[in-house]
Design a protein around this ligand. Structure first.
Ligand SMILES: *[C@@H]1O[C@H](CO)[C@@H](O)[C@H](O)[C@H]1NC(C)=O
Ligand SMILES: *[C@@H]1O[C@H](CO)[C@@H](O)[C@H](O)[C@H]1NC(C)=O
Ligand SMILES: *[C@@H]1O[C@H](CO)[C@@H](O)[C@H](O)[C@H]1NC(C)=O
Ligand SMILES: *[C@@H]1O[C@H](CO)[C@@H](O)[C@H](O)[C@H]1NC(C)=O
Ligand SMILES: *[C@@H]1O[C@H](CO)[C@@H](O)[C@H](O)[C@H]1NC(C)=O
Ligand SMILES: *[C@@H]1O[C@H](CO)[C@@H](O)[C@H](O)[C@H]1NC(C)=O
Ligand SMILES: *[C@@H]1O[C@H](CO)[C@@H](O)[C@H](O)[C@H]1NC(C)=O
Length: 810
């Protein structure tokens, strides 16, 4: 079999031989497997071992069909991308809901029937058609059963997709994709999201009821935007299109990839309910980029959290009682305060209160308080709608009503809701508030746990003596719950208890609080000059908020006073273009800063990401940074020099507003040290020349760095780009001046049409940047002047040639 393979000479074949040889070596027992695309009558494949077992491979070697091992001793009969070996990407599976054990068999019987049988010989799956002549794995990723009467397909997998469609695949009316229930490796069971092409030609995304699979109302629907289509097709060179009766095409997803032959593509209805179009560079001739991964080219709906508006029934995009947040193309399901995940391993399953729900026969409103969650809505029907009613009255009304677990207060309306809550989501444009009822924590009554109004266990036990077995079970469960919840509270003190307020808005947090808020520093957001930044959740002013916690690790050991003084200075700054410091911790050796969480990451990743941000957005970001810096330099009570302005330190909030981070920290570092060559604050490529010249460091160092960054924003590239080698373009600041003086800004922006159609603005931005990077600090404008020049309030004179210091350093 191997010798037959080695006779082939085409490059593709060569590669697939390598893979095959490898598979065969690793997995000698699957040697009964076929190695070509065809599966002949009478052929079988056994499920065994720890490696994928191949039954058929498409002629070009891109797709494989066979068994994939899942968790110990479970196997999936599936089609996968054969050349993507880092992470197996399954595109179709026969038995996701019912993986089989060792000893199970897939066979194409001599009378032409494909069947999967478990280790007991019981049939688990079959396409249900007979009269098949042979099965074949086609190059497109389609497993075809060819009919023996020569009429073509008896059955093929493209007509029975699971959660994925591939280029050239067509979905007819009535077609359906179902998401996996979770993205954890090895779980291919059916999830609760569907994509359907309805009989009327509309495409829809919906959730389903469990266990009837009844579809709920769509959370995304093409109606009114796409018109009635007749089928869906994955067009290799553009994306998923709906082809209408009159054969006009409407985009559903769109990927702008230059040469589709260089990429694998797939569109998958992911477990979070988002339908994503992915691309992956093909491990082609020459570049064996096996480490490449799938990247998202497009997705629907635009925001799954707010897409659930029309849903009737079901829990919404997240599970019951949880709320949905969508940022950076990722959906998260969060629990309100005092609610925890029903299944800690799967956040999509919803949340439950960690306390006993109030009982109407023993209700005391004094046991409860209401927390406030701004801009959070739950869309399930209110059992009572009170209007007009201001927030205070709404609070009162919910607190006094034993059934009310949450109330929405918005525009003079008060909507009281009972459990379970559904359709929860954060939406900054919402404007309303969710008021959540949670038990009052009585901090003055140690030990915590048994709050007043509840009976103590001995009383309950004596009460049990005269009760029926059923009531006893209920009581025992209640006691267990009581102990569990008290235990839980002991383990996790609430975030606010140990916080003291310093200055106006700044809170001092205890180290254990931040440790808990970040789940023991579990999720790293980034690594900066000062230390590591972690994601966390804290309760601030009665609402839960995502925060970024920065652990400083490069500060001097002592100096607590200075640290506090500095924190106070930073805490007093308020500007829409600064990342707000919310609090800090200075306990023992620990120095941590707590900032608001910025959902859209850093400017660096945004500029250099897959899709070039729009020109207008870039201009707005540049203006924002200029305003923020101008504030730090000129409007604060004491001037703050940043010293490390670069795209990594500019973060983007939900609305893509530029926010300067890490300001005020340079001083903490500098105090201890005299400036030497090795102590230059800042980052290569952005530092002003005076750092190297023992000249005074003024706010003009920030102006210089801003100038460099402004050019990067204009050109969407790094200042120093080694990939240009010895080309003139390698240093952007030099290259920009050359292009400017030759009046060839079109080359500078690489024919960015959007930029070119705003030529005057483009010229202005480049000229301002060139002024900012003048070698002589006094030649550079102040940030205030920069802001005025950018906004067009003052003329921008023609700049002289800037320094070429960077090129000499590089
Ligand atoms: C697969 O079987 C079909 C029909 O018998 C045949 O035409 C084709 O050449 C076979 N392909 C390979 C690679 O053997
Ligand atoms: C793909 O879409 C383009 C238009 O977007 C169309 O011209 C082309 O014919 C389509 N290709 C196929 C194979 O349908
Ligand atoms: C096809 O029909 C749609 C409306 O269903 C219309 O908007 C479109 O212009 C039509 N295209 C052609 C080529 O007639
Ligand atoms: C799909 O969208 C892309 C980019 O928006 C556009 O260039 C292309 O013409 C569109 N195709 C159709 C068929 O609308
Ligand atoms: C393969 O490498 C060449 C040069 O290294 C590059 O131009 C090409 O884009 C790469 N192809 C893919 C699919 O990554
Ligand atoms: C493989 O999958 C895991 C889990 O889904 C993911 O964290 C990891 O980044 C993936 N690796 C690659 C190379 O795509
Ligand atoms: C908030 O929820 C209510 C249902 O209680 C719904 O009618 C309304 O449309 C939602 N508002 C927003 C902005 O999502």
């Amino acid at each position: 079999m191997l010798s037959r393979l080695w006779t082939s000479s085409s490059q593709h074949k060569h590669q697939h031989q390598l893979i095959l040889a490898l598979l065969l070596l690793l997995h000698p027992f699957s040697a009964t497997a076929q190695t070509g695309p065809n599966i002949t009558l009478g052929s079988t494949l056994s499920a065994q071992g720890n490696n994928p077992a191949l039954w058929a491979l498409s002629p070009a070697g891109d797709f494989a069909f066979g068994f994939i091992p899942l968790q110990p001793d479970r196997f999936l009969l599936a089609i996968w991308f054969a050349k993507i070996t880092t992470n197996l990407t399954v595109v179709w599976s026969a038995n996701g809901a019912q993986p089989v054990q060792t000893g199970s068999k897939a066979s194409l019987t001599s009378n032409g029937r494909l069947s999967l049988q478990d280790h007991n010989g019981q049939e688990i799956w079959s396409p249900g058609v007979g009269g098949v002549a042979y099965a074949t794995m086609l190059d497109a990723g389609d497993l075809a059963l060819m009919s023996s009467d020569g009429t073509g397909y008896a059955w093929h997998s493209f007509e029975h997709p699971t959660d994925t469609i591939l280029p050239t695949q067509v979905m007819k009316k009535g077609g359906l994709l179902s998401s996996r229930s979770s993205s954890s490796a090895g779980d291919y069971s059916l999830g609760r999201f569907q994509l359907r092409l309805l009989p009327d030609g509309n495409l829809c995304l919906n959730t389903i009821a469990s266990p009837t699979d009844h579809p709920y109302e769509a959370y995304w629907l093409t109606k009114g935007t796409l018109g009635t289509g007749s089928y869906l097709v994955f067009n290799q060179s553009s994306g998923i299109q709906e082809v209408q009766e009159n054969s006009s095409r409407v985009n559903v997803t769109y990927a702008n990839i230059g040469s589709p032959e260089d990429y694998y593509q797939r569109a998958t209805l992911d477990p979070d309910g988002v339908f994503r179009h992915y691309t992956h560079p093909k491990p082609g001739a020459g570049n064996e980029s096996y480490l490449d991964s799938w990247s998202v080219a497009d997705f629907i709906p635009e925001n799954i959290c707010s897409a659930v508006i029309v849903e009737k029934g079901g829990s919404g995009a997240c599970g019951f009682n949880s709320y949905c947040q969508f940022a950076s193309n990722q959906k998260t399901c969060l629990c309100p305060e005092r609610y925890t995940n029903v299944d800690p391993t799967d956040i999509s399953k919803g949340c439950m209160p960690d306390f006993a729900e109030p009982r109407c026969d023993a209700y005391d409103s004094a046991d409860f308080v209401l927390t406030t969650m701004p801009n959070t809505n739950w869309t399930n029907t209110a059992y009572e709608w009170l209007s007009p009613m201001v927030e205070d009255q709404c609070r009162q009304s919910c607190l006094e009503d034993c059934r009310c677990m949450m109330a929405i207060s918005k525009d003079g309306d008060c909507l009281k809701k009972a459990m379970p809550l559904s359709g929860g989501r954060v939406d900054l444009a919402y404007g309303g508030k969710a008021l959540f009822k949670i038990p009052r924590v009585d901090t003055s009554a140690p030990p915590p746990g048994l709050s007043r109004g509840r009976k103590s266990p001995p009383v309950i036990i004596s009460a049990m003596l005269g009760c029926s077995a059923f009531v006893n079970i209920l009581l025992i469960s209640a006691i267990a719950l009581l102990f569990l919840s008290s235990h839980h509270r002991k383990r996790s003190p609430r975030a606010q208890i140990d916080s003291r307020t310093v200055g106006d808005h700044l809170q001092a947090f205890g180290y254990p609080t931040l440790e808990e808020a970040t789940r023991k520093f579990g999720e790293i957001l980034g690594q900066g000059a000062f230390g590591t930044v972690y994601k966390g959740v804290l309760t601030l002013r009665e609402a839960q908020a995502l925060v970024a916690v920065k652990k400083l690790d490069k500060l001097a050991r002592d100096g607590e006073k200075e640290f506090r003084a500095e924190m106070n200075a930073i805490g007093r700054t308020h500007h829409k273009n600064l990342v707000q410091l919310l609090g800090f911790c200075d306990e023992g050796p620990h120095r941590l800063l707590v900032y608001e969480f910025m959902s859209n990451g850093s400017l660096a990743s945004y500029l250099l990401g897959e899709n070039r941000p729009s020109w207008d957005q870039r201009v707005q970001i540049a203006f924002g940074v200029a305003r923020g810096l101008s504030y730090l330099h000129e409007e604060c009570s004491s001037q703050i020099i940043h010293c490390d302005i670069k795209p990594e330190n500019i973060l983007l909030d939900d609305c893509f507003t530029a926010r300067i981070s890490d300001f005020g920290l340079a001083k903490l570092l500098m105090r201890e040290q005299t400036r030497t060559q090795t102590d230059i604050r800042g980052t290569k490529g952005y530092v002003a020349p005076e750092w190297f010249k023992k000249k005074a460091i003024t706010a003009k160092v920030d102006v210089y760095s801003f100038g460099v960054m402004l050019l990067e924003i204009v050109c969407c590239r790094k200042n120093i780009a080694p990939e240009f080698g010895s080309d003139v373009r390698v240093i952007l600041t030099d290259w920009a001046y050359d292009c400017y003086s030759e009046k060839r800004l079109d080359i500078l922006v690489e024919r960015d049409e959007e930029a070119m159609s705003n030529r005057r603005m483009l010229e202005r931005l480049v000229a301002v940047a060139l002024w900012c990077i003048q070698e002589e600090p006094s030649m550079r404008p102040s940030m205030k002047k920069v802001t005025q020049m950018l906004e067009g309030a003052v003329e921008v004179p023609v700049p002289p040639a800037p320094t070429s210091l960077i090129s000499s350093m590089y």
